[in-house]
Design a protein around this ligand. Sequence first.
Ligand code: SAH
Length: 230
Amino acid sequence: MQGLGPLARLFNNMSYEKQRHIMVESQLRSRGIKDERVLDAMEKVPRHLFVETDLADRAYDDCALPIGEGQTISQPYMVALMTELLELKGDEKVLEIGTGSGYQSAVLSLLAAEVYTVERIHSLAIRAKKLLADLEYKNVHALVSDGTLGLQEHSPYDGIIVTAGAPEIPYQYTEQLKINGRLVIPVGSRYSQVLYRIDKTAQGIKKSISTGCVFVPLIGKAGWDEKEIY
Ligand code: SAH
């Protein structure tokens, strides 16, 4: 704690619940997140348990944090924005690509009926699966596979959320969406992307841009080639 300014020290001494409340008000609501169900879910999920123990006191900071294996847990605002774009009402089946820490899956579990989440790195998937089970997020089903191909066996989905940056949109995602389903995905170069919301309608695909963003790469058959990345 030494070296922190007085404000940071004060914040550090607050309970995680209080820090979470401040995060929701100052990082999410004040920046335009309006869906009360999303705000409520993010007020509930204990983000400090999804980061490494020595980073717990930074869990509610306004930034992404490392989770091991060169991957990150997204900034709270980005989690809120992407979740809001899915417009979940509670009865949906959602697919998440990139389980990572499991934090986004936990938020989704409070907002949808069933959540399928896919991770390509075994160690992360195992850790997230155990934590989600310990915290009793019972409607989350965590699997290890190459999520660039979607997850055919449980399709079609009402929503698909991709939490890693793709070079282009794998056709499998729109194929595995229901009509009137939504896909939220960052697409672009390795170092910067644009967040798209894709609506699948009976008339076809509608694409809209939400914001600029920076994600770790989506690696796999229909994503970046691992050999080009490392
Ligand atoms: N949603 C996560 C963010 C994780 S970062 C959270 O809340 O913590 C993105 C994750 O996507 C990384 O863990 C990375 O390993 C994973 N990933 C990258 N390519 C993937 C692929 N093809 N299939 C599944 N997961 C992938």
